[in-house]
Design a protein around this ligand. Structure first.
Ligand code: G3I
Length: 316
């Protein structure tokens, strides 16, 4: 029993959750992850500003603690994340020449991956490199390089540091914006064609209850699978009003079922990470005012109908 055991019995690799020492300090969170999860993703502790806040000054405490929790409890780990425009320390954002930025990316990727070598199933080597209209997102990386080759630098450094880790390109709204999805898929194909090691694509899947993208969610997974990489659902949550109506609650259950069923029916889809355990700790209310209720356990750690929908999706 438990979501991870259920999905493994159907041939998938994991159901996981984001976690960090903060959320794990709550034993209810910890017990649910132990019982229901087979993988953890650090919600914040491996982001650049957390782990290398000033140059060559690494802050390993929280990341080590999360990795130890995972290893002690037999959970896989998804590393998150290196090249990202957000939660990036100012000292990196200030770099204005390509040679320096290249060596800084290489050094950061190499140092972090070497520390956890052999322990990480997959890394989000780059995150959110597109705008929703499908154009390349402005960041210190894209601005200094002027093209996509900052990705070549990051993925090549990652492969060299831990050849057994799967290397992913991760993004959001791939289920929502067809321009973004099309260009994301083309970028992965282009990278692979020029020999850049991309092993997996991550679709974050921060979804909205009742959104029309959800019934066709499997189409998104099918498009991603045309990259011939492993497809991972990396940050699933489905938000609604923070005090939902009964119809929103039941729609959410249906929506979870559709998403999970889409993964089950797509052979390239390897596993699903849910972006939190309980609504109490979800990122949603602090970013989308009045919204929340996005996860499988409510703020009191009671299983919701969303959980039942998730299980129906596994069995669909
Ligand atoms: O740790 C500090 C604390 O010391 C300080 O007092 C407090 C005051 O605001 O902030 C705390 O940091 C917060 C951090 O989470 C840890 O709780 C940041 O403000 C807050 O911005 C940060 O939010 C995270 C967010 O990424 C930042 O972009 C969320 O927890 C995390 O769930 C969210 O995750 C992202 C994925 O990495 C990428 N995809 C989108 C997803 C949702 O935004």
């Amino acid at each position: 029993t438990g979501l991870d055991a259920l999905i493994k019995a159907k041939g998938k690799k994991y159901v996981g959750f984001c976690a960090d020492p903060g959320t794990l300090s709550n034993t209810q969170n910890q017990n649910i992850i132990k019982a229901e999860g087979g993988q953890v993703t650090p919600e914040n502790s491996m982001k650049w500003e957390s782990i290398e806040p000033s140059q060559n000054n690494y802050n390993w405490g929280n990341a080590d603690s999360l990795v130890n929790f995972a290893q002690t409890n037999g959970k896989m780990i998804r590393g998150h994340t290196f090249v990202w425009y957000s939660q990036l320390p100012q000292w990196v954002s200030n770099i204005n020449n390509k040679a320096t930025l290249t060596s800084v990316i290489q050094s950061h990727v190499n140092t972090v991956m070497t520390r956890y070598k052999g322990k990480i199933y997959a890394w989000d080597v780059a995150n959110e490199v597109f705008n929703d209209d499908g154009s390349r997102r402005s960041s210190v990386f894209s601005n200094v390089f002027g093209d996509w080759t900052f990705l070549d630098v990051a993925f090549n450094a990652a492969r060299a540091a831990d050849p057994n880790a799967k290397l992913c390109l991760n993004d959001y709204n791939l289920d929502y914006s067809s321009a973004k999805l099309t260009n994301f898929v083309q970028l992965v194909k282009d990278l692979k064609n020029r020999g850049v090691p991309v092993d997996c694509v991550g679709t974050q899947s921060h979804l909205i209850v009742g959104n029309s993208a959800i019934p066709s969610y499997k189409n998104t997974l099918d498009s991603l699978a045309t990259t011939n990489t492993e497809v991972q659902i990396t940050e699933l949550d489905i938000r609604t009003s923070s005090s939902p109506s009964s119809s929103q609650i039941s729609q959410q259950s249906t929506d979870y079922k559709n998403v999970v069923c889409g993964c089950m029916k797509t052979s390239a889809c390897a596993g699903i990470t849910i972006w939190g355990v309980s609504d109490k700790d979800s990122w949603i209310p602090s970013v989308f005012s009045g919204q929340g209720y996005a996860l499988l356990w409510d703020a009191n750690f009671n299983k919701k109908s969303a959980y039942t929908g998730f299980v129906s999706g596994i069995n669909c």
